[in-house]
Design a protein around this ligand. Structure first.
Ligand SMILES: C[C@@]1(CC(=O)O)c2cc3[nH]c(cc4nc(cc5[nH]c(cc(n2)[C@H]1CCC(=O)O)[C@@](C)(CC(=O)O)[C@@H]5CCC(=O)O)C(CC(=O)O)=C4CCC(=O)O)c(CCC(=O)O)c3CC(=O)O
Ligand SMILES: NC(=O)C1=CN([C@@H]2O[C@H](COP(=O)(O)OP(=O)(O)OC[C@H]3O[C@@H](n4cnc5c(N)ncnc54)[C@H](O)[C@@H]3O)[C@@H](O)[C@H]2O)C=CC1
Length: 156
């Protein structure tokens, strides 16, 4: 059974620093969501996906082009451990805990301090769907259904 979760919506994310460790598929999805709300994004990774490279070239994200080191989280509101290296993600989680920074861990739902839900936005409503980290695909599918319902039923 999943540990219990307490849902909140973060405010004042516009301009806040989010540090994303890793530059792959999962990191790209997290960065996209962060840019959409105006966060300042720092990506720490020796390599980037094409989408991340394009954002770095356009100065939409800061790219620290090397492996993670303790210290990279300094000043962050949020940290994301999204490498494909278990030991590195665990280190990011430990460093974030020490610094009191909220941390999402891509490969170990119980290890960080928050999960990223699947989100539907419609006419000023924000619906977040989570499964306590148990089944993200299910969260996404239910979000898609909710979005369909909102678009059919809820107008401004
Ligand atoms: C715990 C959590 C931590 C976190 O916050 O990252 C987590 C963890 C893991 N995800 C895994 C797999 C996939 N995740 C997705 C997609 C999403 N995952 C998201 C959230 C979360 N994922 C958090 C829990 C949320 C909840 O409570 O439900 C969403 C909702 C939000 C977002 O990431 O933005 C986003 C859809 C949103 C959207 O579309 O908008 C897909 C693709 C798909 O389904 O389309 C795949 C299949 C990958 C493939 O393609 O192989 C694996 C197994 C990895 C493996 O075994 O290799 C783990 C690790 C594990 O479970 O141990
Ligand atoms: N939470 C989620 O939504 C999902 C999580 N996962 C898990 O997330 C992890 C990452 O998945 P993908 O993005 O698909 O992997 P990927 O292979 O596309 O990307 C891994 C990235 O980590 C970087 N990296 C490796 N070592 C590093 C280091 N020491 N410091 C900084 N960056 C480093 C690589 O350069 C690469 O950019 C996997 O462990 C996978 O099991 C997978 C799918 C969804």
């Amino acid at each position: 059974m999943a540990a219990s979760v307490y849902p909140i919506y973060l405010t004042q994310v516009d301009g806040a620093l989010a540090v994303v460790v890793g530059g792959g598929r999962v990191a790209t999805r997290k960065v996209q969501g962060l840019l959409a709300v105006g966060a300042r994004v720092r990506v720490v990774s020796p390599a980037l996906t094409e989408a991340l490279q394009a954002w770095a070239a356009a100065d939409r994200v800061e790219w620290v082009a090397r492996p993670y080191t303790s210290g990279d989280l300094k000043g962050a509101l949020l940290a994301f451990a999204a490498t494909d290296q278990r030991a590195v993600n665990a280190q990011v989680a430990r460093d974030a805990a020490r610094l009191g920074i909220l941390c999402n861990v891509a490969d170990a739902p119980e290890e960080g301090t928050f999960h990223v839900p699947a989100v539907a936005r419609h006419e000023g409503l924000v619906v977040a769907v989570g499964s306590g980290g148990v089944d993200p695909g299910r969260s996404r599918r239910i979000r898609d259904e909710i979005l369909r319902w909102l678009r059919e039923r809820i107008s401004a």
